[in-house]
Design a protein around this ligand. Structure first.
Ligand code: UDX
Length: 416
């Protein structure tokens, strides 16, 4: 796992006030506050498959806490959960309480990968949801005091349990919606002559809109956005709000469409066929500064190119070759051996570009803006194409070197 700054913190704190142990029972018994941080993946089976969150790990935690607790506990939901999960937790805990009191709080995590430590040290806000009963208020105050040692009081907000649970889903839905909104506009820019980066800058300076999360891309990825929106959609359907469900589902639809659109552009530009052509894909992580590949748009791009019989060479500075090969094989529904002659992973971007017909930028790693493109151009097939799915390469410079550059959200045919 690669997360800038994490290793340093673990090294500084391990054995002092940070301990790792497989002894869960001891951990539960010694703790006053227990953060439940298990994962809540999208259900792959039964009712709600493909949309609802799978809560089996959460429930197992609750049962284990109830079984071994030797006193009162504050239990904090840290995992992202659908609204009203706390109610189920409460019921499981209270039915098995053996005389102990369990107070449930919701304290969703808003950090983003790649900037996790910075986000933790300096959060926009900390959200704590709890009951307004005397024990609930006491538990909220206790958790608040933990954060108050480094977060200013005015940034710690408290709400009821349901508002807190829902806010996490809604925050991710709104963020993803911004990406889908600007991505939808990127398509319009390409056919009208507008430049999406200029549009983003112009609208982002409106303080009501703000400049963040307006970077057009080949699509959002990561473990949260799609999962949380689908979860929200499921909730809306469950509560018989089909219009609201459809509205949010469209954010995911646009994201899928953007990924498809990008691959179609590659194929169309490469004279309507990529069969037998070498295509170098730069970046496989779902964003820079992480080695996480969950829901990475690069997976879909590589899959589609391989299905079109291209020869794909992937480079990523942090993701291991094994992970890349397994992810693509999984997406193709085939075993790794079958795609061996279609897929290569290299640790050297220059190697990747030798004899390539096209470069595809899938992740915005800083190093891709600073490569020696003269050297790359010399070794590539001509015409040499660049498809910049993250809008990070120095376009003008590349065009002056002889590259044909396609940048998302730039007018097509405009040679910059
Ligand atoms: C997200 C939320 O930001 C965070 O608050 C929550 O706790 C977990 O989910 P994360 O998935 O780690 O965090 O990354 P984020 O920075 O939000 O990016 C998500 C995806 O959107 C990435 O694929 C990124 O490349 C893409 N993105 C983001 C864009 O395409 N354009 C943008 O302007 C911003």
């Amino acid at each position: 796992m690669y997360e800038p700054g994490l290793l340093q913190i673990v090294e500084a704190c391990r054995g002092k006030n940070l301990f790792f142990s497989p002894d869960v029972t001891k951990g539960i018994q010694e703790a006053e506050i227990i953060f439940v941080s298990v994962n809540t993946p999208t259900k792959t089976y039964g009712v709600g498959a493909g949309k609802a969150a799978d809560l089996k790990y959460i429930e197992l935690c609750a049962r284990q806490i109830a079984e071994v607790a030797n006193g009162d506990k504050i239990i904090v939901e840290k995992s992202t959960l659908p609204v009203r999960t706390a109610e189920s937790l409460k019921r499981v805990l209270h039915a098995n309480s053996r005389g102990h009191h369990f107070e449930i709080l919701s304290n969703p995590e808003f950090l983003a990968e790649g900037t996790a430590i910075r986000d933790l040290e300096n959060p926009d806000r900390v959200l704590i949801g709890g009951d307004s009963t005397p024990t609930g208020c006491e538990a909220i105050a206790k958790l608040k005091s933990v954060y108050a040692s480094w977060v200013p009081e005015d940034k710690i907000i408290t709400t009821n349990l349901w508002s807190s649970e829902l806010s996490k889903l809604v925050a991710n839905a709104f963020l993803a919606q911004r990406v889908s909104s600007i991505n939808s506009i990127s398509a319009l820019c390409e056919v009208t002559g507008a430049d999406v980066d200029e549009v983003a800058r112009a609208i982002g300076m409106d303080s009501r809109i703000g400049p963040k999360f307006l970077k057009a891309s080949v699509g959002f990825g990561g473990s949260c956005f799609q999962k949380d929106i689908l979860n929200l959609v499921y909730l809306c359907e469950h509560f018989n709000l089909p219009e609201v469900a459809t509205y949010w589902e469209q954010v995911v639809q646009i994201n899928n469409w953007q990924k498809r659109r990008f691959v179609h552009r590659i194929i169309k530009t490469l004279f309507n066929t990529v069969a037998g052509k070498r295509i170098a894909v730069f970046g496989f992580a779902f964003k820079k500064d992480t080695n996480d590949v969950r829901e990475s748009p690069a997976i879909d791009i590589c899959k589609s190119l391989i299905e079109e019989h291209a020869e794909v060479i992937v480079h990523d500075p942090r993701v291991k070759a094994e992970v890349i090969i397994n992810k693509i094989s999984e997406a193709l529904g085939t075993n790794t051996i079958k795609i061996e002659n279609r897929l290569t992973v290299t640790s050297n971007p220059y190697q990747a570009s030798i004899d390539a017909h096209a470069l595809v930028i899938a992740t915005e790693w800083d190093e891709y803006s600073h490569l020696d493109y003269v050297k790359i151009y010399q070794k590539m097939q001509k015409p040499a194409f660049v498809f910049d799915g993250r809008s990070i390469v120095p376009n003008k410079q590349l065009v002056s070197l002889g590259f044909e550059v396609y940048k998302l959200g730039q007018p097509i045919g405009n040679r910059i």
